[in-house]
Write a protein that binds this ligand. Structure first.
Ligand code: ATP
Ligand code: MG
Length: 237
């Protein structure tokens, strides 16, 4: 399987502070890959660097062999990259359907068809399409953010802490949805997740970042049973 995304020697800075140091990663077609690691390790910065949302970076980022590291963030959607940032990235005062219709400028005539597909993936969004997004539950808002990211039929989905602050039941549901979408559409996913155990169970492969550097990598299964990962990130049980 060829690499969909390749990250080579990525460095990133906020002001004078260098956060990422020579980070290397890749995501193959159809893979779910997780980035785990302690707070402040640079996990979010890594996704932001791919989405070109850090003030300064160096290194190479290739999508299907094309160098994308200098493409402006708002043009990456056209390259097939969708980014669901941390937090509830919906417009709370707009209705559910209006949040989705915002992508009309890219999708044009396909918009209605795509929105119908998102409603069939997330029936709760169809039920609540007239409701203001800010009145949805946290989990429903995350589904809306995810649904909106999927509207463009991305090649690669970047997700930062998709289950943060959600109930255990809702966490499980979001993970199941992500897996289902990955299986059905072979969509490649690179995600950051603080729930390392769930992330590793769901993922084909994962990277452990520490102090902005590659620390470990392996299949989800390998890392779940790695003594060091177990001790540091899985609570030792
Ligand atoms: N906008 C910013 N300006 C300055 N420093 C920042 C900014 N965002 C993050 N940092 C710093 O960069 C480092 C890495 O942050 P990052 O958010 O990438 O970590 P993380 O691994 O996602 O952590 P967490 O698990 O807490 O989300 C931290 O030391 C943080 O303080
Ligand atoms: Mg983070």
């Amino acid at each position: 399987m060829s690499n969909l995304l390749t990250i080579k020697n990525l460095n990133a800075w906020y002001d004078q502070a260098q956060i990422l140091h020579q980070v290397n990663m890749h995501v193959k077609e159809g893979e779910i890959v997780s980035i785990i690691g302690p707070n402040g390790a640079g996990k979010s910065t890594c996704l932001k660097a791919i989405a070109n949302l850090v003030p300064r970076k160096e290194g190479n980022i290739f999508l299907q062999g094309k160098e994308i590291s200098t493409i402006a963030s708002h043009h990456l959607v056209k390259e097939g990259i969708s980014f669901v940032p941390q937090g509830r990235s919906v417009f709370p005062s707009l209705r559910v359907e209006e949040n989705l219709e915002l992508l009309g400028f890219i999708l044009k005539k396909d918009l209605d068809k795509r929105i119908k597909e998102v409603y069939s993936q997330f029936p709760v969004l169809a039920d609540k399409k007239k409701q203001k997004a800010g009145l949805l539950s946290g989990g429903e808002q995350q589904m809306l953010a995810l649904g909106r990211a999927l509207l463009i039929k991305p090649k690669l989905l970047l997700m930062d802490e998709p289950t943060l602050g959600l109930s255990p039941k809702m966490k499980k549901l979001i993970f199941e949805k992500v897996k289902e979408i990955n299986k059905e559409t072979r969509l490649a996913i690179l995600m950051v997740e603080q729930n390392a155990r769930m992330a590793l169970k769901l993922s084909d492969r994962a990277y452990v970042l520490e102090l902005g550097r590659n620390r470990l990598e392996g299949t989800g299964e390998e890392l779940l049973h790695d003594k060091e990962v177990e001790h540091l990130y899985l609570g030792g049980h």
